[in-house]
Unconditional design. Structure first.
Length: 675
């Protein structure tokens, strides 16, 4: 038996924490996985999900060889095939489509890995050279991200560690205990030092349980609450007039709009007590430093972009940016100097401008006969489970004339519909380099293990396809380590530090906007955006009611949101048995009043339905639900549901006001006992 060795890596999953990992390897097997205690942000601690990553890596159902479909689409019936046979056939089919119209080929990927190499390098080069359709990767965060860009100039904000020094923290649209564990560590430190924590969320989450106060507003009413807070800041004089004068743009028109939102009006829209809004405004206006941890849950509604803009205006009103423990953080990812042109090589398009397919409306796109999709290459995503209006998604994937290739680690719902399934490596088996959207460290992931079976990295697959397609540009020869090196321009990060300790912190000011200097065109916090106005949109933020606003339908009287189950991450980890055992089965949380009105008792099987479809699951009469709102906890694989569906059978393909994002939490349903 050989002595154990330790390998430094990084968590690949779609979470703001991007933890540094230490994998202990003995005789070619991973025997322990832990957080890196030398990484200040990770501090040796991992979430419940990733602490079980070895179980996922060594899972008996890992895909370990290429597979070719032999049964009907969706049946999950495949036969083994060699890599050469699979790649030769895939390349030949793509070549035929390229010769006719390369835009009929569509890549579909998202954040199954957040790595710059396995997520957005050789794949982008391949599809750019091919001339395939471009993918608008909108399914999570574009409403909030683009809104932040119009207001603050980009995905920038306060540094997460300074939340520990704040005296008031508004946790807005985030179940931090489940989805941002290391931020929660800083919030807890602030609370121990006397800070007040307020959770703003329709659901009484685990985070709300631990905060001093919970504001249980209705889905899609966040902008109304933000404007009411502004109203109270104005009428009570809780403003930093000097900051407004020197470092903001559009204050007077924003002031006029905010004065139209007295707390009583917002209370009626949000479904919360007027006194609670007044007290929250007083706390925010009179406490310093005050910080807002905004997350993406609140922007998955029609007016999500406007809501994010309204909330992002608040710190400038009170001058919170002057303090390093004040301001706002939605995402830090805009602060990383990633050289995406070097990774993606858009020059390979050679002047072509292919059409763009929005991943959030893939159901409609696959059923569009006027502008057909003939081939789909899916990697780092599971659209049959995660895309909205999934009855249409399934119908599209079931087309016999659609050629589908899926790069995967497991036989997901989407893999069941593939013509070829190609086995992908896990994070323990490949090189990658990572940024974060919750802190400001770059992390390097070294492979700790040889790939299991015949698994290969995403970048390897696209290199091999490029070779078979005759793409002979030198960039298609870059191996995975070379791709890691090309992710940042020379001198942009401390490479020696990164290689030595597995992470390197960006050199950033403690309070980046204490004296303005926002990365907007004006250099100011832009309450009014000329860029939005030039697009024909309102230059000021506003409250836009949901497409399917709570209380607007007698046929479907309940608003439904679909937050993640605590032990899943999107559709990842659903097949890890120890985690699925904790979650049990698909659940719908419902308030006792709404349950009683429908004769529903705790544990009953129910039908959740609307005009788009129906989903059967078990009801949990829960204190976490407020009246009028139900929670379909996701995202379960469809094949594990009672009727082969999940909550996305009910969600719509309508898009957000800014960013073209999905509106998962803008959804009305009715619930009835399952007959």
């Amino acid at each position: 038996m050989n002595s154990p060795t330790q390998v430094l890596g990084a968590c690949p999953h779609d979470c703001p924490d991007t933890c540094s990992l230490v994998t202990t390897v003995q005789d070619g097997k991973a025997v322990k996985l832990q957080g890196n205690p030398a990484h200040p942000h990770t501090a040796g601690v991992l979430c419940t999900k990733v602490s079980r990553y070895i179980e996922r890596n060594d899972h008996a159902e890992r895909l370990l060889q290429p597979l070719r479909r032999v049964g009907p689409k969706g049946s999950g019936r495949f036969e083994p095939v060699s890599w050469n046979a699979a790649l030769d056939d895939i390349a030949e089919r793509l070549h035929v489509l390229k010769s006719n119209n390369p835009e009929t080929i569509v890549p579909y990927s998202y954040a199954g890995t957040m790595g710059l190499v396995q997520g957005e390098s050789m794949d982008r080069r391949f599809f750019h050279k091919l001339g395939a359709s471009l993918l608008d990767r909108t399914i999570c965060s574009t409403a909030g991200s683009e809104a932040l860009g119009f207001t603050l100039g980009g995905k920038v904000g306060m540094r997460v560690q300074f939340f520990a020094e704040a005296k008031l923290i508004l946790i807005w649209g985030s179940n931090s205990i489940a989805s941002n564990l290391h931020f929660w560590r800083h919030a807890q430190a602030a609370k121990r030092a006397g800070a007040r924590l307020v959770c703003i969320d329709p659901r009484k989450t685990e985070t709300a349980d631990k905060c001093d106060e919970h504001v249980a507003l209705l889905p899609g009413t966040d902008a109304a609450l933000a404007f009411a807070l502004m109203h109270e800041l104005i009428v009570n004089g809780w403003l930093d007039a000097d900051y407004l004068e020197r470092y903001t743009l559009g204050w007077e028109p924003l002031r006029e709009r905010a004065l139209q939102w007295p707390p009583a009006r917002a209370a009626a829209v949000c479904g919360v007590p007027e006194a609670q809004i007044v007290a929250l405004a007083r706390a925010y206006g009179t406490t310093r430093p005050a910080a807002i941890r905004l997350n993406y849950g609140m922007q998955r509604v029609r007016g999500g972009g406007n809501a994010a803009r309204a909330i992002a205006c608040l710190p400038a009103l009170v001058g919170a940016w002057r303090d390093r423990a004040g301001g706002l953080l939605l995402s830090s990812s805009g602060q990383f100097p990633v050289d995406r042109a070097a990774l993606h090589r858009p020059d390979l398009l050679a002047g072509r401008r292919p059409r763009t397919i929005n991943m959030s409306t893939i159901g409609d796109a696959l059923l569009d006969t006027a502008h057909p999709i003939r081939a789909l290459v899916v990697y780092n995503s599971n659209p049959v489970a995660v895309a909205p209006d999934s009855a249409k998604v399934v119908a599209g994937f079931a087309r016999e004339d659609l050629f589908t290739v899926v790069l995967e680690q497991f036989q997901t719902d989407t893999a069941d519909f593939a013509d070829y399934v190609l086995p992908a490596t896990t994070q323990l088996e490949h090189w990658d380099i990572h940024t974060s959207y919750g802190h400001t460290d770059v992390l390097l992931n070294r492979p700790a293990l040889a790939p299991r079976g015949e698994a290969r990295s995403n970048a390897w697959v696209f290199r091999e396809l490029a070779r078979r397609m005759g793409f002979d540009e030198p960039c298609f020869s870059d191996d995975d380590e070379a791709l890691c090196r090309s992710a940042f321009a020379p001198g942009a990060i401390d490479v020696e530090e990164l290689q030595a300790q597995g992470f390197s912190s960006l050199k950033l000011p403690d309070a980046p906007f204490a004296e303005g200097g926002f990365p907007t065109p004006s250099g100011r916090c832009e309450f009014f955006s000329e860029r939005l106005a030039a697009q024909g949109q309102d230059g000021l933020p506003d409250h836009l009611p949901n497409y399917e606003a709570a209380g607007s339908s007698t046929e479907f009287p309940l608003a439904m949101i679909s937050p993640p189950a605590r032990n899943f991450l999107n559709s990842s980890f659903v097949n890890v048995r120890s985690l699925r055992a904790i979650e049990g089965e698909p659940l719908l949380e419902i308030h006792e009043d709404d349950a009683a009105a429908r004769g529903i008792v705790d544990g009953a099987m129910v039908r959740v339905f609307n005009g788009r479809g129906e989903h059967r699951c078990r009801a949990e009469v829960s204190r976490r639900a407020r009246p009028g709102v139900v929670h379909g906890l996701g995202i379960w694989w469809r094949k594990l549901g009672a009727d082969g569906t999940n909550v996305n059978q009910l969600t719509s393909q309508r898009l957000t006001d800014i960013g073209r994002g999905p509106t998962f939490y803008d959804c009305l349903v009715e619930v009835a006992l399952d007959a």
